[in-house]
Design a protein. Structure first.
Length: 382
């Protein structure tokens, strides 16, 4: 039997509407109407509140003291459940540069159990590395850096039951053109990261099919007026998406605004790059094989370099609105529909549209999260 959500405002696929009623039938979205449903239909009353699509985090390493690289189902399940408190209903567990053996084990574990997690849905795996270069290594372990290998990717796909949805590489490594062409053919989205590539090197790989810039500004050759670098490519090339970490530490709000203005908010993807200390007190943690200190809102290596973030995606949405660089509609789009589009998942998540799984969040007009729904049922409530 259908039920209906009544609320002041709905962030639908192509418009903002409301007040009105959103139909949910068998765990999927039905139609939206401003007219009250007749008969004895169940109506869930969220008057004065807003309904938005569940957020989609396509770049996240951990949360609540668990890390994807721990290779532990219970830890991954705890990440999945805890992400509901961040407004996230779909995510890509993200690996770090590590040994081939370690990556084999992690992708095999995720591929075997991803349907059993009890919170935010695992929609695939993001391999962040190991095909990077050293100058902008960030918190990636250079010991394991190497040139892209189609054979290794084939093995990871086999072990994970074809769950690899996204992989990040440095454009200047050997054989990247052939590697990108293979990924595109296999439906794997190629991102560019941790690289000192020139603008021309980056452009060449984008022309082969790479389509995402990973945490733009961070871990890449900067914009210079005589060598635009990867940052310039992220701003200027056509038909690509630019990730950005909007915690106020990775990127200055003005720089985030510049990227959004030149790239367009439809092609800007807000991610967290969150590590295990997300949702936890300040103190000492690990990111892969590196010790990390969390204080003053940042996670840093002992060298002082940023090491992922402790950002929650719901807070990224609030931040860009508070900074005056996005409307609520734009902010929600950059944290839901745009991420899903960037990895070719917008046919199954990131939107409130008829036939989609009824994964949505309830927000106050101040963008405070009030509830998170999966398949039409409330799984988290403040």
């Amino acid at each position: 039997m259908a039920k209906f959500i009544f609320a002041e405002k709905f962030f639908l696929e192509d418009m903002v509407a409301g007040p009105g009623f959103l139909e949910i039938n068998d765990g999927r979205f039905g139609s939206f109407s401003e007219q009250e449903p007749g008969g004895s239909a169940e109506v869930i009353d969220y008057r004065d509140l807003w309904i938005a699509p569940g957020l989609v985090d396509t770049h996240i390493h951990g949360f609540k003291s668990h890390d994807v690289m721990d290779n532990d189902f219970e830890g991954l399940n705890n990440i999945s459940k805890a992400l509901l408190s961040c407004g996230v209903t779909s995510f890509l567990p993200t690996t770090l540069t590590s040994s081939t053996e370690s990556l084999n084990q992690v992708v095999e574990m995720i591929g075997a159990i991803y349907t059993r997690v009890q919170g935010a849905k695992i929609k695939g795996i993001f391999l962040e590395g190991p095909f990077f270069t050293e100058k902008h290594k960030g918190a990636q372990n250079v010991t394991y850096f190497e040139d892209p290998s189609i054979d290794k990717l084939k093995k990871w796909q086999e072990l994970s039951h074809h769950m690899i949805k996204k992989i990040a590489i440095a454009p200047e490594r050997k054989d990247t053109a052939e590697f990108v062409e293979y990924c595109v053919k296999e439906g794997i989205t190629v991102a560019l990261a941790h690289s000192d590539a020139t603008y021309e090197e980056t452009k060449r790989i984008v022309e082969k099919g790479a389509s995402i810039f990973t945490h733009t500004y961070n871990g890449m050759s900067p914009l210079h007026h005589r060598e635009p670098g990867m940052v310039g490519a992220a701003m200027n090339l056509k038909d690509v998406f630019a990730e950005i970490i909007c915690d106020g530490h990775h990127v200055h709000p003005a720089a985030a605004n510049i990227l959004m203005n030149v790239r367009g908010r439809k092609e800007t993807v807000m991610v967290t790059d969150c590590m295990m200390a997300g949702g936890m007190p300040e103190g000492d943690y690990q990111l892969g094989e590196f010790p990390v200190v969390v204080e003053n809102g940042t996670a840093r290596l002992k060298t002082g370099s940023l090491a992922g973030s402790i950002l929650q995606l719901k807070d990224a949405v609030k931040n860009v609105v508070k900074w005056g660089i996005a409307t609520p509609e734009e902010a929600i789009y950059m944290a839901s529909t745009a991420p899903a589009k960037s990895v070719q998942m917008d046919d199954e998540c990131g939107k409130i549209a008829p036939g989609y799984a009824a994964d949505f969040i309830v927000l106050s007009p101040e963008l405070e999260l009030k509830a998170t729904y999966l398949d039409g049922d409330c799984h988290y409530r403040v």
